[in-house]
Design a protein around this ligand. Structure first.
Ligand SMILES: [Zn+2]
Length: 247
């Protein structure tokens, strides 16, 4: 592991991830990323009867080189969000059921988009099914089918030590441009930072477009220091580096 983990002399890596397939990502985030020459990771839920129509506008996003990731069929997560005693969530699911859900989502994504290595994103950052004594992690299920899985954590990932199938990310909703730049700067000590965005300027958990632009300007000026790439690409780079297979 003596060779540098990051390409082109970069000191750290950063992935910009966008969850839930929101319209503002198509309308605002994708054009901004492309204006600055960056590629992001977009985690989609291909559930429901109209899944083909809903995936349609994302085809050109995939063709432009962004990663389309798997976020389960219908954002399956904890029923603790609901007061309805009959609400279905991960507490009442088995490992087999969550695997079926994820694989059906994968089948649909592979039908709509060119088949590529993709990463997975845990809905609501929760990697569990069951409750109490029968609660189980499904990280190993994700590890069987994906190059990486994105969760949530306090700091940027250590390339030598991180679990690629439960990567830490920063939820950045309502962060200012200066706060986003401050987080990005933290990766320069050799780490891989992942930011989790939802709505851009509108919708739930938003970040303002001017704040995203401030981050992208900073990243553009720091291309020689910070490698910006989709999650699957950075994860593959770490796997190659751990195997001693990078130049
Ligand atoms: Zn989500």
């Amino acid at each position: 592991m003596s060779k540098p983990v990051w390409p082109n002399g970069c000191l750290g890596a950063l992935s910009l991830t966008f969850d839930d397939g929101m319209p503002s990502q198509l309308e605002i985030a994708v054009p901004l990323l492309e204006k600055f020459g960056f590629r992001g990771t977009f985690y989609l839920n291909p559930g429901g009867k109209d899944w083909k129509e809903r995936l349609e506008p994302w085809k050109k996003v995939a063709e432009a080189g962004h990663e389309i990731g798997n976020h389960t069929l219908s954002h399956t997560c904890s029923s603790n969000f609901s007061l309805d005693p009959n609400s279905r969530g991960t507490e009442s699911m088995s490992l087999e059921e969550i695997e079926e859900d994820i694989l059906e989502a994968e089948r649909r994504l592979n039908e709509a988009f060119q088949r590529r290595k993709r990463s997975f994103c845990y809905p609501c950052y929760e990697p569990f099914v069951g409750r109490g004594e029968t609660k189980k992690s499904y990280v190993h299920v994700v590890a069987r089918h994906f190059v990486a899985g994105r969760g949530r954590g306090e700091i940027a990932n250590s390339p030598a030590n991180c679990d690629l199938h439960y990567l830490w990310s920063w939820p950045v909703e309502r962060a200012s441009g200066a706060e986003l730049v401050g987080l990005a700067e933290q990766v320069a000590e050799g780490r891989w930072g992942i930011m989790t965005f939802h709505g851009i300027h509108q919708g739930h958990l938003p970040v303002a477009d001017v704040d995203l632009v401030e981050l992208l300007r900073f990243l553009s000026r720091n291309r020689g220091r910070i490698w910006v790439a989709p999650v699957a690409e950075v994860a593959q780079r770490i796997l190659d580096w751990r195997a001693g297979a990078v130049d």
